[in-house]
Design a protein around this ligand. Sequence first.
Ligand code: CMP
Length: 139
Amino acid sequence: AIERTLSIIKPDATRRNLTGKINAKFEDAGLRIVAQKRMKLSIEQAQQFYAVHSARPFFGELTEFMASGPVVVQVLEGEGAVLKNREVMGATNPKDAAPGTIRAEFAESVGENSVHGSDAPETAAQEIAFFFAGTELVG
Ligand code: CMP
């Protein structure tokens, strides 16, 4: 089925001017960028977005990092987009990421791992609504 998923290019990647190279990986995999904006998250926005991880020991580190510089939030659309995006990103920890994936090529560590992607269609819908109005998605 045609799906949509929420992607975030994280501050470690925008800092190194990797937005275009990362977007090329998505497009080469058949994912269409149907919405995209560059923004600086507040600490409160980062905490709200990652609320599901609030009990984790790395929550403070994660939310401070996500508010430390510009991010590019985007909606990717395509056949099986949620899983396809996860394949293109590679494993969370770059040490475990398959060759050719975004995290294998660009991630600096498990925390500063260049991209976020929704983990399931249900969370994708919630995460897209967190950042975008329906009228901003142009398929
Ligand atoms: P993401 O897909 O954005 O979702 C939650 C994030 O938490 C994850 O990517 C990692 O970047 C981050 N994360 C996971 N494990 C750790 C860890 N041990 N230390 C710091 N950050 C982590």
